[in-house]
Design a binder for this molecule. Structure first.
Ligand SMILES: Nc1ncnc2c1ncn2[C@@H]1O[C@H](COP(=O)(O)OP(=O)(O)OP(=O)(O)O)[C@@H](O)[C@H]1O
Ligand SMILES: [Mg+2]
Length: 300
């Protein structure tokens, strides 16, 4: 099977605001605006800014992890990249094309595997193949993908007959089936136990090494981000759930961190442990770490 052509991702000045329902008050503030029109006296609906001034370039084949507090817009960013949502301002590009809708060059892996229960493992993977793949090629491609994620022996099982980790691997194989230039993964291992999660991280690195593709990985796990990614992007919450600002509306991205060391990384690497503490403290977690080495950065 030929290697995927990893594509660059360019995000420029992206903003995503959602209207605030009038029944919820729509109170105006710096993050949710209700603008009074001078001459007519009318108002435009209040809006809640979820993402603002997002600028990010991801190189072909790079793995970028996106972290940040719950509700800060991580999934929204992936949905925008996957063409499942539209930005209020700014542009997102895959390769040199602006994202205007779903794109066969992009694959999304959701937090839950979303398998069809009445189909076998192999049939679920086949669902990811591009439309028009010749019948003769389909079986070979599915067999290769199952081998890639270590599920050859489980090809004929149904989703209820496999474990959660296996289901996640089926989901990953299905996402890879279209040979995506960009793979968008939203908390792909979030539902797994700690050990399976570590194994799946290795699996992802193995698959990435075998078939390089650009990966944007949303995760709540800072350690996972530092273990897998070339860079970690930290987002902040621009406005909270009550439509009031927690800060001035400022760029959503508060930190872009280059992760040192080539993969596979030593999980006990002292530099990664320091960075983990630094990122966790940026997320507001008390780490009880005593160090004079790391510079504080603006709270997320
Ligand atoms: N279609 C929508 N309409 C209105 N608000 C939305 C919509 N989609 C998302 N939001 C709001 O945008 C905010 C960010 O949502 P998003 O799902 O991107 O967060 P997240 O960072 O992925 O959070 P989590 O870590 O909990 O998954 C949330 O407060 C959510 O309520
Ligand atoms: Mg989310």
């Amino acid at each position: 099977m030929s290697a995927a052509t990893a594509l660059p991702v360019t995000i420029t000045g992206v903003r995503r605001a959602f209207p605030v329902p009038a029944s919820r008050g729509g109170r105006a503030d710096r993050a949710s605006r209700s603008v009074r029109r001078g001459t007519t006296g009318g108002t435009v609906p209040a809006e809640r800014i979820v993402l603002d001034q997002v600028d990010l370039t991801v190189e072909p084949g790079e793995i970028v992890a996106v972290i940040g507090p719950s509700g800060c817009g991580k999934s929204t960013l992936l949905r925008l990249l996957g063409g499942l949502d539209t930005p209020s301002a700014g542009t997102l590009r895959i390769g040199d094309q602006i994202v205007t809708g779903t794109d066969t060059r992009t694959a999304i892996g959701f937090q839950e595997p979303r398998l069809l229960p009445w189909r076998t493992v192999a049939q679920n993977v086949a669902l990811g193949l591009p439309r028009g793949t010749p019948r003769s090629e389909r079986a070979t491609r599915v067999a290769e993908l199952l081998e890639l994620v270590g599920l050859t022996a489980s090809a004929d099982l149904r989703p209820r007959q496999i474990s959660g980790g296996m289901a996640q691997r089926v989901s990953l194989a299905r996402a890879l089936a279209r040979r995506p230039g960009v793979l968008l993964l939203d908390e792909p291992f979030g539902a797994l136990d700690a050990l399976t999660r570590l194994r799946m991280q290795e699996e992802l690195l193995r698959v990435h090494a075998a078939r390089p593709t650009t990966v944007l990985l949303v995760t709540h796990d800072v350690e996972e981000a530092l273990y897998l990614a070339d860079r970690v992007v930290a987002l902040r919450t621009v406005s909270d759930g009550e439509h009031s600002p927690v800060s001035d509306v400022a760029p959503s991205v508060v930190r872009v961190l280059d992760v040192p060391g080539a993969r596979p990384r030593d999980r006990a690497d002292a530099r990664l442990a320091e960075l983990r503490v630094e990122l966790l403290e940026g997320l507001g977690v008390v780490t009880h770490h005593v160090s004079g080495a790391s510079e504080p950065y603006p709270a997320i």
